[in-house]
Design a protein. Structure first.
Length: 202
């Protein structure tokens, strides 16, 4: 299988920028960026705040994932792993930033060309503002745009949410994703309980 060429994806077309977002900057800028640089732009601090948030831990926690004691070292490791994934073509992600550069969250595509699975998280102060919906729309458009038009050239993208996560459900359905099935008791939450995983594609 051919790994998609991620080199054209340095920026999105900003000729018609979404008013809610400044830009979606590729997280692969973390390649060869020092920890001091990450600190200066507030990336590490914002990731730690988001990943310690009780609501985030509830829905996105679990073995090897975010937790109440998520550390600055964990955040730096996350940036390094995402950068490596972008370089290898296995994981490409973008920081969601506000007009003043504040990191509002992250959105990514895992296994581009294979799973095409979109994931995301947002900082607590970015919730209920339409940020996720706006970011999803831009990433979906970019992913499904042909490569000759500087898109990723994917033919299908997928996404999922834990049953009961109504915020994620509303954002996913607002973008036009179609439900394709349910994996029974397939998602482990932060408290160790298991819930159904609702799957969608587009």
């Amino acid at each position: 299988m051919t790994v998609p060429d991620l080199s054209p994806h340095a920026t999105f077309d900003l000729t018609r920028p979404d008013p809610k977002l400044r830009d979606l900057l590729p997280a692969k800028i973390a390649i060869n960026v020092s920890a001091r640089m990450l600190e200066r732009h507030g990336f590490v601090a914002r990731v730690v705040e988001a990943c310690r948030d009780p609501q985030s831990v509830h829905w996105l926690g679990g073995p090897g994932r975010i937790r109440p004691d998520y550390s600055r070292q964990d955040a730096r490791g996350y940036a390094v792993a995402l950068a490596a994934g972008a370089a290898e073509g296995t994981w490409v992600g973008w920081a969601i930033r506000s007009a003043d550069g504040t990191v509002l969250g992250m959105i990514d595509i895992q296994g581009p060309g294979q799973r095409n699975l979109i994931g995301y998280w947002v900082h607590p102060d970015a919730r209920r503002r339409g940020i996720v919906t706006a970011a999803l729309r831009r990433v979906v458009r970019h992913a499904l745009t042909p490569r000759e038009a500087n898109g990723m050239g994917l033919h299908r993208v997928t996404i999922a949410h834990a049953r009961g996560n109504e915020g994620s459900r509303r954002a996913i359905e607002a973008v036009g994703f179609h439900p394709v099935g349910t994996l029974r008791l397939a998602e482990e939450l932060g408290d160790g309980s298991l819930v159904d995983l609702q799957q969608y594609d587009l």
